[in-house]
Structure formats: C-alpha cells, structure tokens
Design a protein around this ligand. Structure first.
Ligand code: RFL
Ligand code: PHB
Length: 392
C-alpha cells in the first residue's frame, strides 16, 4: 500500500488529522489496532476548549456536538466546606467551554471517515516505523494475521501513550521528561442527573473529587484514590459515601445517587517527549505528551497538535514550502509545556499529598484562598482552563 500521510492510531488525534487532511485534498490512511466497537466505547475526556469546538465545527464534524454539547460558563472550586465560582466569560472576555464526551467525538469522526473519508483500517496494528529519516518512510503493520507495509511521504504517530511510533526516534535525538503523582483517580459513570449545573473541583478532607457530567441524565464523577487501588474494592455505596463527604459544604446541597454503570482507575502522570518530529515522522497527542486530567487538557492538546500539523502539510502541498512543518515541534511544545504546568498546578493544589504534612496542607489552602479572593488569580486560572491562544 502507498499513501501520502500514514497515520498510526484512530483516537481523536488520528481521526481529526485524517479529516483535516481530507479537507485539504491530501490523501492518507489510518491504521487502528483495536476493533471499531472498542474504540467507540472507551470512556475518557469530556471538557472541550472553545478552540477544539471551533476546529471540529470547521471540518464539518460538529453537528451532534452543536445539538447535544453542554455549554459551560464556569466551574466551581470547593474547599473549606464553601463554594467559589470561577466565571469564565467575565474573567476571560467571553470564553466558555463545552461538555461533550470524547467517545462521542470519536463516533462522529469515524462515521464521517467511513462515509466519505480516506481509508480507516481497524484491527490493523502498526509494528514499526522504518526509515523515518528518508524521503519514503514505511509503516509495517499486521492486518488479519498478515504482515503488510504502508509506504508514505510522511508518517504521523497518533498512537497514544503506549504506542510504537516513539520507538523510531533514535535515543540520541530524544529527550523525555516524566513525573508520576502519588495518587490515582477512580472514575465512574452513573445513570443519575448531575447534582450541579457546572463542574465541581473539590478539595475534601480525604482528598480530591470532581463532579462532571455527560448529559442531563448521566453523571461522570472522579475520586482521588491511592495508587494500586482495585476498583472492585470500592462497592457503589462506598463510592457515593466518599464522594458525598468530599463535596460536603455548610449549606444546602445534596449529591444525588444512582446506578453506577462503569468504574475504572487511572494513574496520574505527566510526560513530555522532545522533539515531536524526527525526519518525516511526527508525533501528535498522547503519543508525545501526557498530562494528569485535573486540568482537562489531554484531548485539547491532541487537537491543537493536529491543527498545526494539518496546516503545515497543507502549506507544503500548496506552496512546496516546509516552513511551518519545520516549526511543528517548537510551536506545539510551547503550548504543551504551558498545559503541563497548568495541569501540574491544578493537580497539586487539589489532591491530598499522601505523605504531606500540615505545611503542605496550608500551602494548598493558601493557593485556593488566593484564587477565591483575587480576580487576577482567578483570571489566570480561567485563561488556562478555557485554553491559551494557539500561536500559529
Ligand atoms: P488515544 O485516544 O489514546 O488514541 C490512540 C489510538 O492509537 C491506537 N493505537 C494503535 N493503533 C495502531 N497501531 C498501534 N501500534 C497502536 N497503538 C495504539 C489506540 O488503540 C488508540 O485508538 O490518543 P490521542 O488520539 O492522542 O487522544 C488523547 C486523548 O485520548 C487523551 O489526551 C484524553 O482522553 C485525556 N483526558 C482528558 N482530556 C481533555 O482534554 N479533557 C478532559 O476532560 C479529559 N479527561 C482524560 C480525561 C483522560 C482520562 N484517562 C482515562 C486517561 C479523563 C480521564 C479519566
Ligand atoms: C470529564 O468530564 O471526564 C472531565 C472533565 C474535566 C476534567 C477531567 C475529566 O478535568
């Protein structure tokens, strides 16, 4: 097989890139190791920055998002048994965010791709990227027990945090930076209307809790748990009791309970791989960087990476110039490090430090109280949360 751009991974990064390239008249092939049903069921992110929504709209992938997405104008921080609202439009000159599940974006992009887009091959696992320094890199992959090759002008690794694309970077040309946090999230989906209109980020007595949602009848909640936690050790009642304790305030508010339909544990990690390009191989999304979900940045970063890359590839095709492609890594990493910093700050401010002392506790409270008291501090949080401008 031969194509212009070989894309490894059919998550949000790979699928959106394929859509953007299709719009620019550039042919590509997407290889996805998992079956379609698995990719469409995977529960993950839910908070979209305005720029992410705009990008999906501009490529005709936002019909359902526009009909079903929930526009949010703020979040609530909860600590000291009190609530503090961060008003996004007032603090950012009008910006909002949208709640729409990643799994729904993936379904929408797959449907478009299979209807009219470039080839998307499920159950096609990439084994290796070969000759990334040459003019004709090759992806070796397995489909239906048969090993095949895909020859490309460019290869893009959108294969997530456990992918194989990074392995094609020579060690001497790579730098990696990682930080593991001493806690994980237990995430649940529940068939119960959300107990709030906006997301609640709570610093409770025993740690962090987040109340999010998927629709007016489905809630998504997360609870800080120790690393190594087994979700089976958390029966439903225990989860609801612990969530209720962490969200508790002095005043009138109640956490509604309902049947839990899914439970999973996610460790918290920060990771950055530099550079994001080697020869004609590019990395995008979680393949290049991971952030802990407290800042809700992972999916949004994946989208901004592929927007930059699609522009670079389109410019190359239109004018022959590789100027933008040559700046891909530098442009993306600027935003990646800002998102990494913001996610780190949100995470360390809101989670109980397992071996922390009273000093650590007071530092966290002082940061939270400053945000509640100062418009400047709140505006800084709001600017980062709703998304910093994409420098293109
Ligand atoms: P993905 O989604 O992991 O997709 C990678 C795809 O590559 C496939 N693959 C391969 N295919 C072929 N050959 C191989 N050798 C392959 N190896 C892997 C995989 O099957 C998969 O389909 O990466 P992508 O596209 O970069 O997207 C990144 C996002 O998924 C991720 O950053 C977000 O989900 C992070 N995240 C959040 N991000 C936000 O912006 N807002 C949020 O509210 C938010 N909440 C979250 C999150 C992540 C979470 N978890 C589970 C880590 C909440 C949670 C709990
Ligand atoms: C989600 O809805 O899954 C979600 C929202 C905000 C976050 C993390 C996850 O910070």
């Amino acid at each position: 097989m031969r194509t212009t751009v070989g894309i490894i991974g059919g998550g949000p990064a790979g699928l959106l890139l394929a859509r953007l390239l299709h719009g620019a008249g550039i042919d590509c092939v997407v290889l996805e190791s998992r079956p379609r049903a698995y990719v469409e069921r995977r529960q993950r992110a839910g908070m979209l920055e305005q720029g992410t929504v705009d990008a999906l709209r501009a490529c005709g992938a936002a019909d359902r998002l526009d009909a079903e997405g929930l526009i949010h104008r703020g979040i609530e921080l909860r600590f000291d048994r009190e609530r503090h609202r961060i008003d996004f439009p007032a603090l950012t000159g009008g910006r909002t965010v949208t709640i729409y599940a990643q799994t729904e974006i993936v379904k929408d992009l797959i449907a478009l791709q299979l209807a009219a887009g470039p080839p998307l091959l499920f159950e096609s696992e990439a084994l290796a990227v070969e000759k990334p320094e040459s003019e004709a890199p090759v992806v070796r992959f397995v489909h239906e027990d048969c090993e095949q090759t895909l020859s490309c002008d460019y290869v893009v690794g959108c294969d997530g945090s456990h992918g194989i694309s990074r392995d094609a970077f020579p060690a001497a040309a790579s730098r990696t930076y990682a930080h593991d946090y001493p806690y994980s999230w237990l995430g649940i989906l529940a068939d119960v209307p959300p107990s709030c209109e906006e997301l609640i980020y709570a610093r409770g007595p025993a740690g962090f809790a987040l109340h999010s949602m998927r629709s007016p009848s489905v809630s998504r909640l997360y609870l800080q748990v120790p690393n190594g936690t087994d979700a089976d050790d958390w029966p439903d009642e225990r989860i609801w009791d612990e969530l209720a304790a962490r969200f508790a305030i002095d005043g009138d508010w109640r956490l509604e309970r309902g049947p839990i339909t899914s439970k999973s544990v996610t460790p918290m990690r920060s990771y950055v791989h530099e550079p994001m390009r080697h020869g004609r191989l590019f990395l995008a999304g979680d393949a290049a960087h991971i952030v802990p979900p407290t800042g809700a940045k992972g999916l949004n970063l994946a989208v901004s990476d592929v927007r930059v890359l699609a522009r670079g590839l389109a410019e190359r095709r239109r004018t022959g110039s590789t100027q933008l492609l040559d700046r891909y890594s530098e442009v993306c990493l600027e935003r990646v490090w800002q998102a990494t910093r913001f996610s780190y700050e949100m995470t360390t401010m809101l989670h109980a430090q397992p071996d922390g002392d009273a000093f650590d506790h007071w530092m966290q409270l002082a940061r939270l109280r400053r945000i509640a008291a100062s418009r400047t501090a709140a505006a800084e949080l709001a600017a980062n949360y709703t998304g910093l401008p994409l420098a293109l």
